[in-house]
Design a protein around this ligand. Structure first.
Ligand SMILES: CC[C@H](C(=O)O)C(=O)SCCNC(=O)CCNC(=O)[C@H](O)C(C)(C)COP(=O)(O)OP(=O)(O)OC[C@H]1O[C@@H](n2cnc3c(N)ncnc32)[C@H](O)[C@@H]1OP(=O)(O)O
Length: 319
């Protein structure tokens, strides 16, 4: 038996995991541990994880592809171009499997999430959505995706969503499961849920509030506002806006330029970059006293470690 955490329980569980542990390695491995089989429970429902996977696999199409590179930066591609990279059921299962692979990638430092064929993702595949448009199935799908995206955001990797074209509905929610969002000219992030008679269910509302504040989140969700790069940068939803390939923003494909952009944050030894992500994540998710305890534990893993000793030996100056 294992716990599948409802969003309201996530911070409590994170808190308990951190309080119980005296070593940060223990904290993080326990936090990231997710069995592949077994019973799945939330504060409201109990159901079988494999049953959800099986149900989702009944709606095939597209794929979620993972490329782990020697540089320590992986590229995750949402790939269903004939449907503007909408998430079929099997792609939701794919996503969860790719997150599991990334959780096990000890050498990783960074992650770029992109859509195939120059557009990001148009949310759930509406054909699948129509077939499971009852509250029970909706809740199961929503919890499966909440779990996958919470784990994506908690990876000890610095992640960036490269938004080209459109990020709609669940696609907009996916962008909020990355540490940063980078928008290309002409791209749009839009929480279209209201137009579908919905609210975000993949954790996108909770994350959006933390990114842009509750006032802006209410505007974006309540108005189903089309966020272009300019508005995104103004609201703090976009952390970077790419200029046209001929402009001052550099040359190369958007993916190459996103790798360049991310480079400054993932330059250095993996243990240090991963430690940076962990202290920021605990600061973001935990009450101060527990975040401080985690920071102390993570600090203990880098203090006196090879990168630290090497820096001390080279008498580095930070001019
Ligand atoms: C929690 C998440 C939430 C939920 O499930 O609860 C959701 O994500 S609900 C889904 C929200 N997304 C949408 O409602 C997007 C609907 N699609 C569009 O608005 C447009 O297709 C758009 C703006 C993405 C692209 O418009 P454009 O004119 O450039 O192209 P087409 O409309 O011709 O689209 C090409 C092709 O893709 C199919 N398509 C696009 N989005 C989806 C989708 N979400 N599910 C299934 N299929 C999708 C579209 O039907 C076209 O197919 P075709 O066979 O050529 O008609």
């Amino acid at each position: 038996m294992s716990l599948f955490l409802h969003s309201r329980m996530v911070s409590c569980a994170l808190k308990r995991a951190l309080v119980r542990s005296s070593s940060c390695c223990g904290v993080w491995s326990r936090l990231l541990q997710r069995p592949s089989r077994g019973c799945v429970s939330s504060s409201l429902h109990v159901f079988d994880r494999d049953e959800i996977r099986q149900k989702l696999r009944a709606f095939p199409g597209g794929s979620v592809d993972l490329l782990k590179q020697d540089s320590g930066v992986a590229v995750l591609t949402i790939n269903n171009p004939s449907r503007m990279n909408a998430f079929s059921g099997s792609m939701m299962v794919d996503l969860e499997e790719r997150v599991t692979q990334l959780e096990k990638w000890a050498d990783g430092k960074g992650l770029i999430v992109q859509g195939a064929d120059e557009t990001f993702c148009s949310g759930s595949d509406l054909n699948a959505v129509r077939a499971i448009s009852n509250p029970q199935d909706g809740r199961k799908m929503c919890m499966f995706m909440q779990d996958a995206l919470t784990r994506l955001l908690r990876l000890p990797l610095v992640s960036v969503a490269l938004v080209e074209g459109k990020a709609l509905g669940g696609g907009a929610e996916l962008t909020t499961a990355c540490d940063f969002r980078l928008m290309t000219p002409g791209s749009v992030i839009q929480f279209v849920h209201k137009h579908m008679g919905l609210v975000p269910g993949w954790g996108g509302a909770a994350r959006l509030v933390r990114i842009v504040g509750s006032q802006n989140a209410l505007k974006l969700l309540g108005g189903a506002v089309k966020v272009d790069p300019e508005l995104g940068a103004h609201m703090g939803l976009a952390d970077g806006v790419m200029e046209g390939s001929q402009g001052a923003g550099g040359t190369g494909t958007p993916l190459q330029r996103a790798e360049d952009w991310l480079g400054r944050y993932v330059e250095g030894p993996a243990p240090v970059i991963r430690a940076v992500k962990k202290v920021v994540l605990s600061g973001r998710e935990l009450p101060l006293s527990e975040a401080l305890r985690t920071e102390k534990d993570v600090f203990g893993t880098v203090w006196g470690a090879p990168a630290n000793l090497q820096a001390l030996a080279s008498k580095s100056k930070h001019k």
